[in-house]
Design a protein. Structure first.
Length: 353
């Protein structure tokens, strides 16, 4: 016969034989495994995309002790396997802890002017317990520019229970993010409610832009949404934006704001804007009074700021991570070993705006 034409391998057959070999110590399907690992490169690449477990198990099955030993000497194979097992165990434990009937809730917060929020419906949110609070900054007293009913229906079909409330014009920034006043006031309310009733505080709060973000941010949010759907996410805080605060000389106003807010006048290094996820434990780590104190800076700016309320809000826009208990110099996601691998995405060449 002709090579690769007289041999047919079904993924389900190979899976059954591999399972029976490892579970019941039956004959190993070495012929099938050798066929997979010696197939042309384009075939292997296609198999890795369509049925990666099939190709990987074939390689594992055919490795002799000598090959394994050389791999261990040259590559951190055992460390990688141990890390994989640790992560799998932690994810399984987290899912078990949050399985129904235990309450699991997430809250999305958006400050809207006239943007269409339909893009939020493209992510895979949890089937239940997910809500979207829309602060309407431009709706007017008659609500003529509020989120249309059709959009609410679309978002509801995506698993988001939508609530809209009127908000002042400064609730919405030129970048489509929530303004500092809304972020702090909303967080103080969430923390106060959580102190009264444990289950009333969501497991995670996400502040998101009203306008659809760039592709890299959308992809990152999609990963986060999927992890939330699985109830496997276990992080206290993660920035969801891509723009970093650029290195520049700080003003006297900024230094006084940071000194009053965080106890040191140096510039916080982090991601710009109110685009982040914060977990319940991080929320509870600070009292409502902490956020009210930061809120008071907007009403009563430090002396160096004069009446520059916008300057105070700008000083806070690159330091939300510090407001929620993160180190004032926040590492890049790619360098943050506390984050799961799928969140450690590259920020591009610099990350600066």
């Amino acid at each position: 016969g002709k090579c690769n034409q007289d041999f047919r391998l079904m993924g389900s057959d190979f899976q059954r034989r591999v399972v029976r070999h490892y579970a019941l110590d039956e004959r190993p399907p070495l012929e099938e495994a050798m066929w997979l690992i010696t197939a042309p490169e384009n075939f292997q690449v296609r198999t890795l995309k369509e049925c990666s477990a099939m190709q990987l198990v074939a390689y594992i099955l055919t490795q002799t002790s000598e090959v394994y030993s050389s791999l261990v000497r040259a590559w951190p194979l055992e460390h990688a396997m141990q890390r994989f097992q640790d992560v799998a165990h932690r994810v399984q434990s987290r899912i078990a802890e949050r399985s129904p009937p235990r309450h699991f809730g997430i809250q999305l917060v958006v400050c809207r002017c006239e943007e269409d929020l339909a893009w939020l419906a493209t992510s895979s949110w949890p089937d239940e317990g997910a809500s979207l609070l829309v602060y309407e900054a431009c709706a007017g007293s008659d609500g003529s520019l509020a989120l249309p009913v059709e959009s609410k229906t679309l978002l509801g079909a995506a698993g988001l229970a939508v609530t809209s409330v009127l908000a002042p014009a400064d609730a919405h920034t030129s970048d489509g993010d929530c303004g500092a006043r809304i972020v702090l006031a909303h967080t103080a309310d969430v923390v106060s409610a959580g102190n009264v009733a444990e289950d009333s505080a969501p497991n995670f709060v996400l502040f998101l832009p009203a306008q659809e973000p760039v592709e890299s941010e959308s992809r990152l949010l999609g990963f986060v949404a999927h992890s939330l759907r699985l109830r496997s996410l276990d992080v206290p805080f993660v920035s969801l934006g891509m723009r970093r605060s650029p290195p520049r000389i700080s003003t006297a106003c900024e230094r006084e704001v940071w000194q009053a807010a965080f106890g040191e006048p140096s510039r916080p290094l982090g991601y710009l804007g109110a685009r982040f996820l914060v977990g319940r434990e991080a929320l509870k780590g600070r009292s409502a009074a902490h956020y009210e104190q930061l809120l008071a800076l907007l009403d009563h700016p430090p002396p160096a700021c004069g009446d520059d309320h916008a300057g105070v809000a700008s000083a806070l826009s690159s330091s939300w991570h510090a407001a929620f208990g993160e180190p004032i110099r926040q590492p890049l996601r790619a360098d943050d070993g506390r984050l799961p691998l799928f969140l450690r995405a590259s920020d591009g060449f610099s990350g600066f705006a």
